[in-house]
Design a protein around this ligand. Structure first.
Ligand code: NAP
Length: 295
């Protein structure tokens, strides 16, 4: 049977360490890191993610500010971002995506002060990351790298196939996995909806990352024996047997694929908790003014 890459467990260990660090900062007269979250609209999944992010912050002793609007004009949102940019008490800011259609995501991202952009979406952070310079790295790719590192999974000389090229997950991960460091030094193939013969490529993967949002897309026939599978996908699938009326499903047909893997992430409990842990790590770096200094 494969090793389950337990994101809950690793994230818990990260939170414990962060909690200690916050204690040390406060003991030496410093202030706890402070994350502000802006949540616009009524998307149920966004509300769930924000709740989980706030809970994780509180658990490690970070201060939080939630700015929530059922609806807001773009100019008012940009003004509020500017206020947070100029507020020395706040170290990190995220605007939960997706945003309502009348708001330009790019405008919003561009308006966040790069030092406070703990989601790592600002072009300056993205560019620094791509140049292998210290930067706020997007939380999901950072969480995946941290998980690979925790389980000592070899990446050098291995073929990493990533399905999904979003600017928040697949594309930045493809850059990071190809860089000259660990985890990295992989040969990377980035697939998307225009990729032909996807199965031929996924079958070559030593490390397969699925970040699509298509439940069960990756089947047993699409992977080779011994592959490491990272399932980023989270989709709410209607399920009347569940109290919530839905269950969360990944992009990988877990039951069929797991027996062929050396390692695999579960959904939920794999990449999700690691994403939140990575956000906490970025927020601490922001609070310590370490976003642009090497570790
Ligand atoms: P996204 O922006 O919708 O991107 C999906 C990507 O999948 C696109 O690049 C798309 O190709 C590609 N794609 C769609 N159908 C495909 C197919 N049949 N074959 C190959 N590629 C295909 O999604 P995202 O934001 O990256 O999120 C992906 C999934 O991860 C979602 O389920 C999301 O909820 C989940 N997620 C989880 C976490 C976490 O913490 N666990 C974090 C972020 C996202 P094109 O570019 O050609 O359209």
């Amino acid at each position: 049977m494969p090793t389950i890459l337990d994101g809950h467990l690793v994230a818990q260990a990260i939170r414990q360490k962060l909690s200690q660090q916050v204690g040390e900062i406060q003991a030496s007269g410093g202030k706890a890191p402070h994350l502000a979250i802006m949540l616009i609209g009524n998307d149920p999944a966004s509300h769930t993610y924000v709740k989980a992010k706030l809970k994780a912050c509180q658990e490690v002793g970070f201060c939080t500010t939630l700015m929530q609007h059922e609806t807001i004009a773009e100019k008012d949102l940009l003004r509020q971002i500017e206020e947070v940019n100029n507020d020395p008490a706040i170290d990190g800011l995220i605007v939960q995506l997706p945003l309502p259609q009348h708001i330009s995501v790019q405008q919003v991202i561009n308006s966040i002060k790069p030092e406070k952009d703990v989601d790592g979406f600002h072009p300056l952070n993205y560019g620094r990351m791509a140049r292998n310079l210290p930067a706020h790295v997007p939380a999901t790719p950072l969480g995946i790298l941290t998980l690979l590192d925790h389980y000592n999974i070899a990446t050098s000389r291995r073929h990493c196939v990533i399905v999904g090229r979003s600017s928040t997950v697949g594309a930045p991960l493809s850059i990071l996995m190809g860089q000259n460091r660990y985890p990295g030094n992989a040969t990377v193939t980035l697939c998307h909806s225009h990729t032909q013969q996807l199965s031929e490529l996924t079958r070559q993967a030593d490390i397969l990352v699925a970040a699509v949002g298509s439940p069960g897309l990756i089947t047993a026939e699409m992977v080779k024996e011994g592959v490491v599978v990272i399932d980023v996908g989270i989709t709410r699938v209607p399920d009347k047997t569940r109290k919530a009326g839905y269950r969360l499903q990944g992009d990988v047909d877990f039951e069929a694929v797991a027996p062929r893997c050396s390692h695999i992430t579960p959904v939920p409990g794999g990449v999700g908790p690691m994403t939140i842990a990575a956000l906490l790590l970025n927020t601490l770096r922001a609070a310590q003014n370490r976003a642009y200094t090497a570790d």
